[in-house]
Structures are given as structure tokens and as C-alpha cells.
Design a protein around this ligand. Structure first.
Ligand code: C2G
Length: 141
């Protein structure tokens, strides 16, 4: 009998929002176990040119506490995907469709699936919205 289907996905998941949750729930539905590689703070600085709002330990705690997530690990390098997938014995790699086509070369390790991103929600937009709101009088900074 084949073992459980292991799904692996990657991301920063900074300022966790409903778009992240939807991605993880749909990824989990593709198999029996969902393992999530969380980008290190250094990797995020390289990718996005800024430090994440939530440090790695907090992002790992939040994602790891979700009902749909079985395990989290640290993603130190974008280029190490093949090694991570082999180590995690992945059957399926899930990526958001902002990465469509980028990981097709890993198709010899596991199935590669790109899921549609949730429109109109992003960490950057949330940060900008909060930045634009003046603090209430008397509120501490
Ligand atoms: N996502 C989504 N809808 C949004 C925003 C994000 O479906 N509105 C998905 C992304 O496509 C990604 C996951 O949520 O699959 C995590 O998003 P990010 O933290 O922005 O991921 P990113 O920093 O692009 O990291 O190795 C790949 C990278 O680590 C991906």
C-alpha cells in the first residue's frame, strides 16, 4: 500500500493573512501531510530587499500552529529546493502561480503544482495601509 502523500510548499508568510491561509488549505487538500518551508530572515532580505516584519521564529510558530500544517522547517536558500524536496520525501511541490513555470525542472523529484494566488491581498499592501493610517491622539507609538 502506498504511504501518505506528502505535500511541500515554501514561503515567507510575513504578516500572516487570508491569502496565505487559502494557499495552505488548498495545498493540504492535495495530500495527507503538509510540510512548509519558511524563508529565513536573511533569505527574505535577499528576495524582497527588506527584513520581514515578523522574525522567523514567530512566522514558524504561526504557520506551524495551523490545523492544515503538519510540520515546518527553515528555507535558507531558494536554490536548495531539490535538496529540501528529497529530504522531505515530497510527493507534491505546491507554489503560488506568481512562480508559474519556475520549478518545472523539479518534475523528476515530485509533481509540481502552481495554485492561483488570492487577488487583492498582500503583505506589502497591508504594511502600506497601516503606514498610511495616522495614529489616534493619545495612542502610544
Ligand atoms: N499567496 C497567495 N495569495 C496572496 C499572497 C500570497 O496565494 N494574495 C501565496 C504565495 O503565492 C505563496 C504563499 O502564499 O505561495 C506565501 O507567500 P509569500 O510569503 O509572499 O511567499 P514568497 O515570499 O514569495 O516565498 O521559495 C519560494 C519562496 O520562499 C516563496
Amino acid at each position: 500500500m502506498p504511504g501518505p502523500t506528502r505535500v511541500v510548499t515554501f514561503g515567507t508568510f510575513d504578516v500572516f493573512h487570508a491569502g496565505h491561509l487559502r494557499l495552505l488549505e488548498r495545498a493540504a487538500a492535495l495530500g495527507d501531510r503538509l510540510v512548509v518551508g519558511i524563508s529565513s530572515d536573511e533569505l527574505n532580505r535577499g528576495k524582497k530587499g527588506r527584513s520581514p516584519v515578523y522574525p522567523l521564529a514567530a512566522r514558524m510558530a504561526i504557520v506551524g500552529a495551523l490545523r492544515c500544517v503538519d510540520e515546518v522547517f527553515v528555507e535558507h536558500s531558494l536554490e536548495a529546493k531539490r535538496r529540501y524536496l528529497v529530504e522531505q520525501r515530497a510527493d507534491v511541490l505546491v507554489m503560488g502561480d506568481d512562480w508559474a513555470g519556475r520549478f518545472d525542472g523539479l518534475g523528476d523529484v515530485c509533481r509540481v503544482v502552481y495554485l492561483e494566488r488570492t487577488p487583492a491581498v498582500s503583505t506589502t499592501a497591508i504594511i502600506e495601509q497601516i503606514r498610511g493610517v495616522p495614529a489616534e491622539v493619545g495612542e502610544s507609538a
